[in-house]
Design a protein around this ligand. Structure first.
Ligand code: FMN
Length: 316
């Protein structure tokens, strides 16, 4: 399905950001070609802690196509998790081999798998044996502590995956150094010789759809995955610019977001987690900063709704 489209613009999985609530809002204001769930730890899922993590698998039909992203280092737990996930009818399973957060790395998971190809292969094989017809993909980086595109991406290509997302950084690199798109282009050339049917998405530092289109042409990728930029402009995938969105529309979208949040989660303990979206929607107009200061003092959805009603009165 994705191959037919030409090129793919995907929203990156981002823990604590790209949950079903936000994805449902994006379906209305600018839907990417492909969503990923936040990553789900298979060991956590296969333990007594399942209740705490299972919400990461939530998605609505409207969000499709949506790929479920898993992480962990026990092939058997991947297989068990996928037995459950398959029933949800996602559009693919992605294995995280790119995360560089210390807790994930210290237990040999995420991008630590770049250093353990035997285990990486066992995981890919276990996933492939479990998924049935679902596509299998990997999201990763260009090396652990030195660039190893040929070795690592070459190895992944030999596994004949359906898709590989290449974030052009090393595991040890934070966001201060730029994503190396020349290495992403090298991955595309490797793909052409090793596994022509594998899609390559490039990832890292892309700000908007125009830049994504440019990069598809310039670096030859089949698509681009965009992460952090979505919080600067949640309308990004529609091609609309921040300055083209009225404050009234911004208020409406924030209201809708919180309505979906109440329906899906409704948990006052995590209300503060919603403030990043207040910042994302209520920005890029004259009085946005003042309004945000007031909205940030709210500690419930109903307080935000009241404030939005009073802002609307002021502006009408
Ligand atoms: C808050 C946050 C959470 C993230 N969570 C995940 C995750 O769950 N799975 C994953 O593969 N990458 C995760 N990432 C990495 C992004 O998917 C992406 O690879 C990275 O931000 C680079 O893309 P960008 O420059 O477009 O943001 C996360 C990044 C951020 C900033």
């Amino acid at each position: 399905m994705l191959k037919e489209k030409g090129c793919v613009f995907a929203l990156a999985p981002m823990e604590g950001v790209t949950d079903t609530v936000f994805r449902q809002v994006l379906c209305d204001i600018g839907k990417p070609d492909l969503f990923f769930t936040e990553f789900l730890n298979v060991e956590g899922f296969c333990s007594k802690g399942r209740e705490r993590v299972v919400h990461r698998l939530d998605f609505e039909n409207v969000e499709k196509p949506v790929v479920v992203q898993l992480w962990g280092n026990v092939p058997e737990y991947y297989a068990q998790t996928i037995e459950y996930v398959k029933e949800l009818n996602p559009d693919g399973i992605d294995i995280n081999m790119g995360c560089s957060v210390r807790d994930v790395l210290s237990s040999g998971r995420g991008s630590a798998l770049i250093n353990d190809r035997v285990l990486a292969k066992e995981i890919i094989d276990a996933v492939r044996d479990s998924v049935g017809k679902l596509p299998v993909s990997v999201k990763t980086r260009i090396g652990f502590d030195k660039v190893d595109t040929e070795g690592w991406i070459g190895f992944l290509l030999e596994q004949k995956l359906d898709m590989i997302t290449v974030h052009g950084r090393l595991s040890k690199e934070a966001y201060s150094s730029p994503s190396r798109w020349d290495e992403i282009a090298r991955s595309v050339r490797l793909r052409d010789s090793i596994s022509p049917d594998t899609l390559i998405l490039g990832n890292g530092d892309v700000k908007d759809i125009n830049q994504a289109s440019e990069y598809v042409k310039k670096y030859g990728v089949d698509g681009v995955m965009i992460g952090r930029a979505i919080l600067n402009n949640p309308w990004l995938f529609s091609g609309r610019k921040p300055e083209d969105i009225s404050k009234e529309e911004r208020f409406e979208v924030l209201k809708k977001h919180l309505e979906i949040f109440e329906k899906e989660r409704g948990d006052m303990d995590i209300f503060n987690s919603q403030k990043k979206y207040i910042k994302a929607y209520i920005s890029n107009f004259d009085t946005a900063a003042d309004m945000r200061i007031q909205l940030m003092t709210a500690d419930s959805t109903s307080q935000v709704m009241q404030l939005l009603a009073s802002f609307n009165k002021m502006t009408s």
